[in-house]
Structure formats: structure tokens, C-alpha cells
Write a protein of this length. Structure first.
Length: 153
């Protein structure tokens, strides 16, 4: 049976491993495993940054996502950003992400101050885009721009 729970500090090593696998798979980018682990631990060290949700089956983490916060003065509310989504290959097609997403949307609505849910997806990741669209998410009119001081490509 699949269960969803809030991630805890002892989940950090598996979350970090999944993040490394995610970067390699979606962006062909090799993350530094130790830096990634320290980044995951940083979320647990400062809950104001957000939180992780993990999907478990038979005691194993079979999926994850991270929620971070963005204040919207236009809406007087908080957007929850879904990030670091990963489901190992062996568990794909088993509604692991859908279950995580349904949990996120239910909790966001319950909170009362969440005005929406956002995520970004790699442009060539057609499979993920199809999943997100099937859940009712829509492409916005915004483009994501950044200056990355850490992960220079």
C-alpha cells in the first residue's frame, strides 16, 4: 500500500540520491552528491524554506517532492512550488506522483492561505508535461529566467 508522509531528516540520504538521479535523467547534469545532501539537510534545518513529502511502499521511499513557498502580494497568499519530483523507474506508472499531487492539493486547500500551486518542468520532458496536464495544470504566460551562481553549465 502506498502512503504519503512528510519527510523527516532521516530521509535526507534517499532524497539526495533521488535528486542526483533526477538531475542526471532530466538535464544530463551531474550534481555533487555531498553538496546535494547538504542542500536537502538545509531544508530540514530551516522549515521556513518548505518541506518534503515522500511516498512509501513497504517501508521504502518510492517517490518524493519538495514544496517551497512564494509570497504573492497580488493575491495576498502563498504559492506552493513543487520541486525535486522523483519517482524511481520501477515505480513509475503506479500513480505515485498522482497520489503525492493529490495530497499536496488537499493540504494546500486545507491551509487556507495557499493561493495556488506551481512547478517548472524541463522543456524537453514531454512525459512529465503530459502528466502535469492530465492533473489539470496549465502552461502559464511566464518564462523562467535565472542567474545561477552555483551550478554553472
Amino acid at each position: 500500500m502506498l502512503t504519503i508522509r512528510t519527510g523527516v531528516r532521516s530521509d535526507a540520504p534517499v532524497i539526495a540520491r533521488h535528486n542526483v538521479a533526477l538531475a542526471k535523467e532530466t538535464e544530463h547534469f551531474d550534481l555533487d552528491p555531498e553538496r546535494t545532501l547538504q542542500g536537502v539537510l538545509g531544508m530540514f534545518d530551516d522549515p521556513s524554506r518548505g518541506f518534503y513529502l515522500v511516498a512509501e511502499m513497504d517501508g521504502a521511499v518510492v517517490g518524493q517532492l519538495m514544496i517551497t513557498y512564494e509570497w504573492s502580494d497580488w493575491r495576498n497568499g502563498v504559492f506552493w512550488w513543487i520541486q525535486s519530483v522523483y519517482v524511481p523507474h520501477a515505480y513509475r506508472g503506479q500513480k505515485v506522483f498522482r497520489t503525492l499531487y493529490d495530497h499536496v492539493t488537499a493540504e494546500a486547500k486545507r491551509q487556507g492561505n495557499v493561493c495556488g500551486i506551481r512547478l517548472y518542468v524541463e522543456k524537453q520532458n514531454a512525459a512529465a508535461q503530459k502528466v502535469y496536464a492530465a492533473l489539470g495544470m496549465k502552461v502559464t504566460e511566464y518564462q523562467l529566467l535565472e542567474v545561477d551562481f552555483v551550478l554553472q553549465r
